[in-house]
Ligand binder design. Structure first.
Ligand SMILES: Cc1cc2nc3c(=O)[nH]c(=O)nc-3n(C[C@H](O)[C@H](O)[C@H](O)COP(=O)(O)O)c2cc1C
Length: 183
């Protein structure tokens, strides 16, 4: 797929089914993430692949975290079922450090760029996905499960797979004018 066409017209997809990216396709996705802009070459990220039985473990983790947080039954069920919305989920952790030149916000942005790069690399290979977050990213049990140290931050759960529905081909051209000024 043409890179510009992809960037200008892309949409996220929330209904995702098998197959998920495998083998070289998955490796391309991780390589794209590793090419995110990275001040100081800190590589401030870690990627947890969740699939198969891992989805069961992730579901149990989210269910317990939701229950222990005192959420209502509806929210607990939402947390439990969430991981089954895609065949592959990538938890992206920003691994931040105190650095004399690279503040933490830059490291967080780098990890965020890595999420975007992964989603675009998936799309370029015929897959798609959606970047999700929510309060569980800050939940202590979830943070611990993904090895977060004090400065680390879960910046997203990237749901990936094959889109169940064909993306709409009629994406309206946005009016960019209000968002751009000349300084
Ligand atoms: C940091 C971040 C967190 C997000 N978290 C969620 C989320 O938890 N749930 C959700 O439905 N969309 C979330 N989104 C938005 C979706 O990824 C997506 O961009 C949105 O549904 C709009 O679709 P589009 O990408 O096709 O424009 C998040 C986006 C970002 C950048």
């Amino acid at each position: 797929m043409d890179a510009l066409e992809l960037l200008v017209n892309r949409r996220s997809a929330s209904r995702l089914v098998e197959p998920a990216p495998q083998g070289e396709q998955r490796e391309n996705i991780i390589r794209a993430a590793m090419r995110a802009p990275d001040h100081g070459t800190l590589q401030p990220w870690h990627f947890f692949m969740i699939e198969g039985e891992g989805r069961e473990r992730f579901s149990q983790l989210l269910e317990k975290a939701a229950r222990d947080s005192g959420l209502d039954e509806k929210a607990i069920e939402k947390a439990r079922s969430g991981p089954f919305r895609a065949p592959l989920i990538v938890t992206v952790v920003a691994k931040c450090q105190e650095h004399h030149k690279v503040p933490q916000w830059e490291q967080l942005l780098s990890a965020g760029c890595a999420v975007m790069a992964m989603q675009m690399a998936a799309l370029a290979q015929g897959f798609n996905g959606i970047w999700r977050s929510g309060p569980m990213t800050d939940n202590p049990q979830v943070r611990e499960a993904f090895g977060c140290r004090e400065l680390d931050k879960i910046v997203g759960f990237l749901y990936l797979g094959t889109p169940q529905l064909k993306a709409s081909t009629t994406i309206s051209v946005p009016d960019t004018t209000p968002f751009v000024s000349y300084f």
